[in-house]
Ligand binder design. Structure first.
Ligand code: ADP
Ligand code: MG
Length: 338
């Protein structure tokens, strides 16, 4: 057996980056989440060649102080939490301080940022995680992150990328989820120069739904509003006649974070009981709002899986809210199983 050695930090960074940055859409997700955490009102995402050659995310958020731009790219560097106690109630989308470090280690990155209170902004360039330039720069308030040549230094990962069209579609899907999660933010998505999404950012979930799914499909949704078990459930769900042959139109959010949840999926589908045909699934955009400490988001690096303190309560809150939206007879005791 060879001797046991600790890996050098570059190799360790590449391994860690693999967990966060799986494909271009993961970069889009992380950068958009940073923009939302920075209180942006408008976020523009541009990609070229499915995001493989270029991803640019521009926001009008709080910007980064000139003295902190390098720090932002260090591993476990974050402005969002300070101590282990903060992990119990996370109110931001990010908190692990990993994304920028991970992205920078597998691409060529350019940061352009200015805080509103500063007259000059900063530009920082990195290649494979190493800073190659820093200078003062005139730029609008907010932040632009430019990511070029993703995975140029990790051929093993590069090999697994799908065709540009598939990667580009995944990038659009990542922006659509954030647009449905944050109707108060205006999102624009451009693919190879062509605009594919624009949401108004008027704080109305209905407007975001129209922009994302298109008018015809959005008309097949009805409003959901419910509360109970210390949480609220709001959003839209398909009219029974408008169920589709795929679960691809089910979107679940907890406290503004897109998640995948078997519990919420099961709750929605059971609420339809025999109102939907076999092989047809409801679409839905459901926002669950709970106390921050009722959900643990620190389960997986991408944070799409979460742990609820009380799955059963989540199930019933969602189930009854959707049932009410469908106008079902609630006097009948329904079998609630988590
Ligand atoms: P995290 O989001 O988990 O804190 P990141 O690596 O994604 O970690 O970002 C590191 C830090 O850089 C953030 O905590 C934040 O302070 C800063 N930052 C990143 N993106 C932006 C942005 N678009 N606007 C303002 N600050 C940003
Ligand atoms: Mg982040």
């Amino acid at each position: 057996m060879p001797h046991i050695q600790q890996l050098d930090s570059h190799v360790a960074d590449l391994i860690a980056a693999g967990e966060v940055v799986e494909r271009p859409a993961s970069v889009v997700k992380e950068l958009v989440e940073n923009a939302i955490d920075a209180q942006a009102h408008a976020i523009t995402v541009e990609i070229q060649n499915g995001g493989m050659s270029l991803i640019r995310v521009t926001d009008d958020g709080c910007g980064i102080a000139p003295g902190e731009v390098e720090t932002a790219f260090l591993r476990h560097a974050t402005s969002k939490i300070r101590s282990e106690y903060d992990l119990e109630a996370i109110g931001t989308l990010g908190f692990r301080g990993e994304a920028l470090a991970a992205i920078a280690s597998v691409a060529r990155v350019e940061l352009l940022t200015r805080r509103l209170e500063d007259t000059l902004g900063t530009s920082l360039t990195l290649e494979g995680g190493v800073v190659t330039g820093k200078e003062e720069a005139g730029c609008p308030a907010g932040t632009t992150l430019l990511v070029r040549d993703l995975f140029y230094n990790t051929p093993a990962r590069l090999k697994f990328m799908k065709k540009d069209a598939a990667e580009g579609a995944a990038c659009l899907a990542a922006v659509q989820r954030q647009a449905l999660a944050h109707p108060e933010v205006s999102f624009k998505f451009l693919k190879d120069g062509k605009q594919e999404l624009l949401t108004p950012g008027d704080s109305q979930l209905r407007s975001a739904l129209y922009a994302v799914l298109g008018r015809d499909m959005a008309l097949g949704f009805t409003k959901v509003e419910g509360s109970g078990e210390g949480m609220t459930v709001s959003g839209f769900t398909s009219l029974p006649a408008c169920c589709r042959g795929t679960r691809g139109y089910q979107f679940f959010f907890v406290n503004g974070r897109y998640i995948k949840s078997k519990t919420m999926t099961a709750a929605v589908e059971q609420a339809y009981a025999n109102q939907r045909m076999v092989g047809k699934f409801p679409g839905c955009v459901l926002h669950l709002t709970t106390k921050l400490n009722a959900v643990d988001v620190n389960v997986h690096p991408t944070k799409q899986e979460v742990k609820f303190g009380a799955e059963r309560q989540v199930f019933s809150a969602v189930y009854y809210a959707v049932l009410a939206a469908l106008g079902a007879d609630q006097s009948r005791p329904a079998a609630v199983v988590a």
